[in-house]
Design a protein around this ligand. Structure first.
Ligand SMILES: O=C(O)COP(=O)(O)O
Ligand SMILES: [Mg+2]
Length: 223
């Protein structure tokens, strides 16, 4: 069997056991991976691009939960942040904040949704988003105010079509609700042990190991 293309979530999946920062052990196996490696994340576009760059793999990226897709030669913007920014302004007017401080590097380059810190109140955010026809998802790392149809799975399929591989051949690893569409799109899916209920419910297999330990075990198995 040939090496499968990979679709990897970042936070909760490539992270160290305390949940923060990339586990450096993932760099070499990913750089040496003999098939496409797609990073599919809720983070803003520059973060996964930089991670591909520093791993040393071609830039194949689904960012902002599918709102921004990079196929290596073209950027596809599939959602816009206007409605989410209006929700964020209403949330602020109601006395809340996004929770990232004055410079807010979490949203500074974000083009297709708005992210809110999980230390801010969720319910008023959900109510304002619902009134605008949007949803709020909780990845365990941030609340994301986004279009209901914006998802990583559709983004991955844009990349697969452009690069020329089959989603049925792909192996995906993830940890949260924003990976459900990924798991549904690919041939074989793994949830790390720290995954939330939504991801566990859809994954083909829930791993015994958490974070990068789980990811490294899958890489060993499917390589
Ligand atoms: O941005 C987040 O909230 C989570 O990012 P992830 O999709 O890479 O886990
Ligand atoms: Mg994650």
């Amino acid at each position: 069997m040939s090496t499968p293309p990979l679709v990897l979530d970042i936070d909760g999946t490539l992270t160290r056991s305390d949940g923060w920062g990339i586990d450096p052990r993932v760099f070499d196996p990913l750089r040496e991976w003999d098939a496409p490696v797609v990073l599919a994340t809720g983070k803003a576009f520059p973060y996964p691009i930089a991670l591909c760059h520093f791993i040393g793999v071609p830039e194949l990226v689904v960012a902002e939960n599918g709102g921004i897709v990079y196929t290596g030669d073209a950027v596809h913007v599939t959602a816009d942040a206007d409605a989410a920014r209006t929700v964020a302004a209403e949330y602020r007017a109601a006395g809340y904040g996004l929770g990232w401080g004055d410079d807010d590097t979490v949203n500074r380059w974000r083009e297709a949704e708005v992210a809110v810190s999980r230390d801010q109140p969720l319910e008023p955010l959900r109510e304002l988003a619902a009134a605008a026809g949007l949803e709020v998802i909780d990845t365990g790392y941030a609340y994301h105010v986004k279009d209901t149809d914006q998802n990583k799975g559709d983004g991955i399929s844009i990349i697969a079509d452009n690069v020329g591989f089959d989603l049925a051949d792909c192996v995906a690893i993830g940890d949260s609700i924003n990976d459900v569409s990924t798991f549904e799109a690919v041939g074989r899916s793994f949830a790390v042990a720290n995954a939330d209920d939504a991801a566990r419910a859809v994954a083909d297999e829930v791993l015994a190991e958490a974070h990068a330990d789980g990811t490294l075990s899958v890489l060993d198995r499917v390589r």
